[in-house]
Ligand binder design. Structure first.
Ligand code: BGC
Length: 314
């Protein structure tokens, strides 16, 4: 039996054909067209077609970057992709494909993938942070995905880190994701460049979290300092989460996590300073294992478990 997992991201939509263990059997991706949301359905259907091949597909799972109710499938609020607001993603796909479809938060699906088939396999208390265009989070507490009262938890990206900070897409300011995200990294570098930093980087359209990371790897001290500063903010967030939850593992994923030690090194040190020794030592802070596949694997696994439970009446 096969499932399709889809991950709708700020820059790309990814899809995979996934089995019940979370192995990916086929894979495809398309750029996200944030300016023409009406193309979304066509893109999603193309992807479903391209990964399903001739296989018998049982159901589809989709990760969406924002508040989405698993029960209704409706996107309530997508701060980094407002074009999705109000869309019913599961109905949109279930109609034309004829396949049962479940839609959930993208970071929850990443967490579910890392828990089922990645870095957090075998752990019971897991925090998974996904750092990309925004910062998403998923919590697995006592082996279960935490959804909260309305189904919109956990949104660690909107914990306040700087009360006077930059405005955030959610309407607040100084949220963790205004600092620890691709957008936050570029904005910090831009401010440094404007203030006259010595660096090989220049503030043009080519400036991205990745070019800054490459500059750091190439020995640019300013670029490394941008990642170190962002890493320290990430560490403050990890410390708060450890102080609150006493998890056994924090998995750091998403495109920005590719910076590896430039980010996770300073983050771990900052976490150590701001936690009890006992809870710090009980928790591993590790990079994600499934990389850019986590959301697709998680959404496929989620669909398989959800519809298996529905069919058996559990
Ligand atoms: C949204 C989350 C989402 C994350 C990553 C945040 O701004 O509030 O729901 O998971 O971005 O896409």
């Amino acid at each position: 039996v096969r499932y399709i997992g889809i991950d709708i991201g700020g820059t790309e939509i990814k899809a995979g054909l996934v089995d019940r263990e979370g192995a990916i059997l086929a894979w495809s991706r398309r750029p996200t067209n944030r300016r023409e949301p009406e193309l979304l359905l066509a893109r999603l259907l193309e992807l479903v077609d391209s990964v399903s091949g001739g296989s018998e597909v049982r159901a589809i799972g989709v990760g969406v970057p924002g508040l989405i109710s698993v029960r209704s499938g409706r996107v309530e609020m997508a701060p980094n992709m407002p074009a999705l607001n109000g869309l019913n993603i599961s109905e949109m796909l279930a109609g034309p494909t004829g396949l049962p479809t479940i839609a959930a938060n993208d970071a929850d699906m990443n967490a579910w993938g890392e828990f089922g088939a990645g870095a957090a396999r075998g752990s019971r208390h897991v925090v998974c942070l996904t750092i990309g265009t925004g910062l998403g989070s998923g919590l697995i507490l006592d082996g279960r995905l935490w959804a909260g009262t309305s189904g919109f938890g956990a949104e660690a990206g909107h914990m306040v880190l700087d009360p006077e900070g930059l405005p955030c897409g959610c309407g607040s300011r100084g949220c963790l994701e205004t600092i620890v995200s691709a957008t936050g990294i570029v904005s910090l570098a831009r401010r440094g460049i404007a203030a006259g930093a010595t660096t090989c980087l220049s503030d043009d359209s080519g400036l991205t979290a990745r070019t800054i990371q490459e500059a750091a790897a190439g020995g640019d001290a300013f670029a490394a300092s941008v990642y170190a500063r962002v890493g320290r903010s990430l560490g403050m967030a990890c410390a708060s989460l450890i102080n609150l939850l006493n998890p056994e593992i924090i998995v750091i994923g998403g495109g920005v996590a590719a910076a590896g030690d430039y980010l996770i090194g300073p983050a771990t040190e900052e976490t150590r300073i701001r936690t009890y020794r006992q809870t710090f030592e009980a928790c591993r802070i590790v990079p994600a294992q499934l990389g850019s596949h986590a959301g697709v694997v998680g959404a496929g696994l989620f669909a398989s478990q959800h519809f298996a439970a529905t069919v058996s009446g559990a």
